[in-house]
Ligand binder design. Structure first.
Ligand SMILES: [Zn+2]
Length: 302
């Protein structure tokens, strides 16, 4: 009887640990400088001087937002899931005013936008629609299997939604944001969504790639995804790799899984994507989607 009870308990408890969560932490984090912060929902890493990666490892998206600090202001590239309080976290990392700019406006990147007074958005209809908020996408992020470990103590699952937010500055391709001693260029890289962007910090050789590239399954199946635009955007990013034959980009900083990637990956990703579109690659089923797998990344498509 007792053994039955014990068996039952251990079966339930191991079922509660999702597979993705068992493989954490990812090896890449061992080499990064961890910054101690008070909120256990987030892990913060100083990836480069003045660049903090804000990682949310307890939710399956493993989303990464970035705080980029200049001498007069800071830019928060995405506000994460909105499950814990990223505004409170950023104010523990910098005392400078913080403006928000989003890699794109899917729910897992705009969760805490509502908290900020200064929000830059791409001038697209998709952005305007996302800014109205939604409940459905947020709720899907907390169903069984999506959470690893504990949710924050004051988190209310029933009320969890992407709250509406207000865009205070409309952005266009090529716009520059001066942070004082650091200039960030907006590089429109539509495809994953119509409002997908990358941020270029040319002086420091950094490209923040959002969801256009990260090491993992890249989502290219939603109705707002445009595959032609995605291919062109990869090509555009490759154009940033070098200038006058001198290496220009030193590091990619993606929005999921790990905050550091090799700029040379972009050439492999474009070549792989072209092979997929030419029908040369076999897919494996993943739910109702097709996954095209390559070393270090894959494409998840309809
Ligand atoms: Zn996305």
């Amino acid at each position: 009887m007792l053994s039955c009870v014990l068996l039952g308990w251990s079966a339930i408890s191991s079922a509660q640990v999702p597979d993705w969560c068992r493989t954490l932490p990812r090896p890449a984090y061992k080499k990064l400088e961890r910054v101690k912060t008070a909120d256990p929902w987030f892990e913060v890493y100083r990836v480069r001087p003045g660049v903090f990666a804000i990682y949310e490892p307890h939710q399956s998206e493993e989303v990464i937002s970035y705080l980029i600090v200049g001498s007069s202001k800071a830019l928060l590239f995405d506000t994460g899931m909105g499950i814990s309080d990223i505004k409170k976290l950023t104010s523990s990392l910098t005392q400078l005013p913080v403006s928000v700019v989003n890699s794109h406006t899917h729910n897992d990147h705009v969760g805490d936008n509502w908290q900020f007074a200064d929000v830059y958005g791409m001038d697209t209809d998709f952005t305007r629609l996302s800014a109205k908020g939604s409940r459905e996408d947020a709720q899907a992020e907390i169903v069984p299997g999506e959470i690893c470990g504990d949710l924050p103590k004051n988190f209310n699952a029933a009320l969890y939604a992407t709250r509406p937010f207000h865009v205070t500055h409309w952005l266009h391709d090529g716009d520059m944001i001066d942070l004082g001693g650091r200039t960030i260029q907006i590089v429109a890289t539509p495809g994953h969504t119509p409002d997908a962007i990358s941020l270029l910090d040319e002086k420091n050789g950094l490209l923040f790639t959002g969801d256009t590239y990260y090491p993992g399954p890249i989502y290219l199946y939603r109705p707002e995804t445009d595959l032609d635009a995605y291919e062109s955007s990869l090509q555009k990013m490759i154009g940033l790799l070098s200038k006058d034959h001198a290496p220009k980009l030193k590091l990619l900083l993606p929005a999921h899984n790990v905050p550091v990637a090799d700029p040379k990956d972009l050439r492999r990703v474009l070549a792989a994507f072209r092979e997929v579109r030419a029908g040369k690659v076999k897919s494996s089923p993943r739910g109702e989607k097709k996954e095209y797998k390559f070393a270090g990344f894959s494409f998840l498509m309809k």
